[in-house]
Design a protein around this ligand. Sequence first.
Ligand code: MF3
Ligand code: CO
Length: 249
Amino acid sequence: MILLKNREDLNRLRKANLIVAETLNELKKNITPGISTAQLDSIAENFIKKKGGIPAFKGYRGYPAALCIAVNEEVVHGIPGPRKLKNGDIVSLDIGVLLDGYYGDAAITVSVSEISHEAEKLIRATEKSLYAGIEKALVGNRLSDVSMAIQNHVEANGFSVVRDFVGHGIGRNLHEDPQIPNFYSPSAYNPRLKEGMVFALEPMVNQGDYRIKILGDGWTAVTNDGKLSAHFEHSIAITGKGPWILSSA
Ligand code: MF3
Ligand code: CO
């Protein structure tokens, strides 16, 4: 069941998501060769708390940190630790915040200093695929219009869409109905979009094959072929005036 949100709900969702956006900006400023992923996690956690929020991922199904950080061939859900970032890495940062009973969720992929042309192309195509999906998040469209717009953009650029993770509704829960595949799935629930639906759209895009595996820590998803992966996510509301990007800065 898709829970519809009213104005008051949306205003609160915006507040949670604004902290998410600000946290991602804060992290971006601190991305530099030599910083460890654990240091970035504590920057995120302190920043969220300073803003009055609660890190939403910490403790979620036993996840141990505020930040999900995925470097290079890591796709999503990388756990912060002693690993230090180095020149040429690409780094996905995923943040969730709980504020006043409402969740915010967004992710970006950034580069550490100079990256390869191919890596840059992957990052830009992933970000643009998210915006291609957002553009289709219109009252009266079907959910598959969003999914297909994302997939088409990714594949037109020669990359592949991860199948094993999907976007989701968001509100008073981090994960609500519906599941939102970033690819056309004939078996997926495919409702018409209504005012008051709130979605976290989050394409995960691989440079090579779309298949992934989970490492022994039970969380970190990596590409099967060891090639790069990127991830962008926004939480958006469907409104009569078009999509409202709740997690923009
Ligand atoms: N953006 C991701 C999601 O919606 C992050 C969840 S990480 C977890 O699934 F640790 F909270 F599981
Ligand atoms: Co999410």
